[in-house]
Design a protein around this ligand. Structure first.
Ligand code: MG
Length: 159
């Protein structure tokens, strides 16, 4: 049976942090703030996968009060979500996602992001969709105060 999940995440852009999106370090004047590497795209995808299982969100599995996850690469979270799916006898059908960022340009990095995400989930790269848009200079994203990501996941489960 096909189960769908949705995920959303947002992190604040601050000085003095690396910008990591989809596991790719992107040269930029600011980076995303957070307990882990603050990879907003991987976090949204993780929540979509957990949502397809009817599970709680990423913060439940990886609390930001736990020192183990300080600075952690977010592929660890994706790997754990994939393990949860495998444990249930499930299989990821596909993921689609959108990054919403005013700056920097995302398009040149999308292929590597797909490789990283497919690798962390152990699925074919053709099952991973990543798109990017600006926020047309409106709101907090348009003012470059933060970056957001949305994701959906389809997971085939035994019931
Ligand atoms: Mg997050």
């Amino acid at each position: 049976m096909t189960h769908a999940g949705i995920g959303y995440d947002v992190h604040q852009l601050v000085e003095g942090r690396k910008l990591i999106l989809g596991g790719v370090e992107i040269p930029h004047s600011k980076g995303l703030d957070g307990h882990s590497d603050a990879d907003v795209l991987m976090h949204a995808i993780c929540d979509a996968l957990l949502g397809a299982l009817g599970e709680s969100d990423i913060g439940h599995f990886f609390p930001n009060t736990d020192p183990r996850w300080r600075g952690a690469p977010s592929k660890v979270f994706l790997h754990e979500a994939a393990k949860q799916i495998e444990f249930r006898g499930g299989r990821i059908i596909n993921i689609d996602s959108s990054l919403i960022a005013q700056e920097p340009k995302i398009a040149p990095h999308i292929q590597r992001m797909k490789e990283n995400i497919a690798g962390a989930l152990n699925i074919n790269i053709q099952r991973v969709g990543i798109k990017a848009t600006t926020n047309e200079r409106m709101g907090f994203i348009g003012r470059e105060e933060g970056i957001a990501a949305m994701a959906v996941a389809s997971v085939d489960l035994p019931e």
